[in-house]
Design a protein around this ligand. Structure first.
Ligand code: NAP
Length: 252
């Protein structure tokens, strides 16, 4: 069985690692190519965009892919949408693997918003010094907020448009509550802006915000694609793929 894993996440890596050991399975992980030197992955790896839905559909046909697993980041909505269309066009089963979102605990003060512009509109009501961990797409929408100061944490240096008053720290995680608490105290942060990415390695900022009584503007995830089998753990993905290998005609 030829499996294409759309990757770029820890879950995609874990899935590829587990699949490589399975007899009769050939796994290729696809990376967007955003990271200059990605850590080595088991199985085959291809890097770079496919060239939209048409390009992905061509790739699926040329490489005789039997199953696609979309294990991209929960906010990589374009890639997911392309996977849905290309898989349907080629008649290839698609499984979406999405880690669960975060849930609030007592003491949290989260304000859920639908998108970056809603977050930007809310920010001035919550303070003057904001900690932003919303990824490279998030900065343009706050660039006009001249009255606010921003602490921006990103994997790669941000590109304009960016806010006039900001300090950038580069980092990928995992982070610890102690480290996050110290960072927020040092920069006298009033409000945290983040996305509901889910996962343990970046959860510490939310623990620190709770402990410091800092409100959190939480960007909601793009909706999961309708009518596509979706699982939330690598174990469940392996179970679904096992069913497929043992002769089921479709996944889900
Ligand atoms: P996106 O906006 O959904 O995708 C933009 C374009 O990048 C896609 O149309 C596709 O180009 C290409 N692409 C994305 N993922 C790809 C993959 N796994 N393999 C081949 N091409 C891919 O995605 P994004 O938010 O830029 O994220 C890019 C990658 O980084 C994703 O694979 C994701 O898993 C990973 N990542 C993203 C985030 C995040 O915050 N968004 C965080 C951690 C990791 P074509 O149309 O040319 O095929």
């Amino acid at each position: 069985m030829n499996v294409l894993v759309l990757g770029g996440t820890a879950e995609a890596r874990a899935l590829a690692t587990a699949l490589v050991g399975r007899a009769g399975t050939h796994v290729t992980t696809s990376l967007a190519g955003r990271v200059a030197a990605p850590a080595p992955l088991p199985g085959e790896v291809r890097v770079g965009g496919f060239g939209g839905v048409d390009g992905l559909a061509r790739w699926l046909a040329t490489h005789r892919v039997d199953t696609v697993v979309d294990a991209t980041h929960p906010f990589a909505a374009t890639m997911t949408a392309h996977a849905v269309l290309a898989a349907a066009r080629c008649g290839v089963p698609l499984l979406v693997l999405r880690r669960p979102g975060w849930t609030e605990s007592p003491g949290d003060d989260w304000r859920r918003v639908a998108d970056h512009s809603a977050a930007a509109a809310m920010l001035p009501t919550l303070g003057a010094r904001a900690f932003l961990t919303t990824g490279r797409h998030g900065l343009a929408s706050v660039a006009h907020l001249d009255g606010l100061w921003f602490l921006v944490r990103s994997v790669d240096p941000p590109v304009p448009p960016v806010p006039a008053r900001m300090c950038v720290v580069l980092g990928r995680g995992p982070f610890t509550p102690d480290g996050e608490r110290a960072l927020m105290r040092r920069h006298r942060i009033d409000v945290l802006v983040t996305r509901d990415s889910g996962g343990e390695p970046t959860f510490a900022k939310l623990v620190a915000a709770r402990e410091l009584g800092i409100p959190v503007v939480m960007l909601e995830r793009p909706p999961s694609p309708a009518g596509v089998a979706t699982v939330t753990s690598v174990g469940d993905a392996l179970g679904r793929l096992g069913t497929r290998m043992s002769g089921a005609r479709t996944i889900g």
